[in-house]
Design a protein. Structure first.
Length: 257
């Protein structure tokens, strides 16, 4: 005797939920409905519970008549910007309360200064290079600096300079205390130009044309660090520059010693 053929009927996915003592039990079953005589019967064809939820939903939708296409066929990637390193840098800036340190009130200048600091960490460069680099990651979009050019960045630095003393005192209160051992180092750079506001012309020790010399000092205690920039004459000794700069640092930080 041949095997009785199975009746043909529509398929559908049935989801059942049962609350246990410690967890909820969910079962996804592929079932088929059919008529036998005058009675509607149901048959479980497969247990889909082992499949991921998104796959079960795809099967459910397909049985309802929905049509799906691969993502690469439906969408075209027009632009993909690097974001991971930006998120890491912004997270660290948030933990350090860097934006609040620059200024308590949100402003365009504060956003641009924060963007320049972050970009300096991600990829150092000139202000012109920074304005172009903003379009190569999600940094500008996160901080609202997409349309900033180098001129606006320099104006933001002028705004930052006006608050230098306040920022330095805030850093000192956060990281330093009276009698703390502070390490201080000085390095010097030469700059071309005749219109710099902070310049001191002198002849190189080795001879040659006059250059504008800028001394940058960096102080550190444990994980705390700050920098200070000033101009000085090339013939000044490193010891004198370091003593003068460190004295200025102590005074600006509001410390006695």
């Amino acid at each position: 005797m041949g095997r009785k053929p199975r009746p043909i009927g529509p398929f559908h996915v049935v989801t059942t939920r049962r609350q246990g003592k410690h967890r909820e039990y969910v079962a996804h079953l592929l079932r088929r409905s059919y008529r036998e005589g005058g009675t509607v019967k149901k048959e479980t064809v497969a247990n889909l519970s082992h499949l991921p939820e998104e796959v079960v939903e795809l099967i459910r939708g397909a049985l309802r008549g929905q049509r799906f296409v691969a993502a690469e066929e439906a969408f075209a990637v027009e632009r993909s910007l690097p974001a991971g390193h930006v998120e890491a840098a912004l997270l660290m800036a948030s933990r350090l309360e860097l934006a609040r340190l620059l200024d308590r009130k949100p402003s365009r200048e504060r956003a641009l200064c924060l963007a320049m600091i972050e970009q300096r960490v991600l990829g150092p460069g000139s202000k012109l290079a920074m304005s172009r680099a903003f379009a190569q990651s999600t940094l500008a979009g996160e901080l609202g600096a997409e349309d900033a050019d180098e001129d606006e960045l320099y104006r933001a630095m002028d705004w930052l300079l006006a608050g230098q003393g306040r920022i330095e005192r805030a850093l000192a209160r956060r990281h330093l205390a009276e009698g703390t051992l502070v390490l201080y180092d000085v390095s010097a750079s030469y700059f071309e130009g005749a219109h710099a506001r902070r310049r001191s012309w002198a002849t190189r020790v080795t001879g040659g044309a006059a250059r504008c010399r800028s001394s940058t000092g960096c102080s550190a205690r444990a994980l705390a660090a700050r920098s200070r920039s000033s101009s000085s004459r090339a013939r000044s000794t490193t010891t004198r520059r370091c003593r003068r700069s460190s004295t200025s640092f102590v005074g600006a930080s509001g410390l006695q010693r």
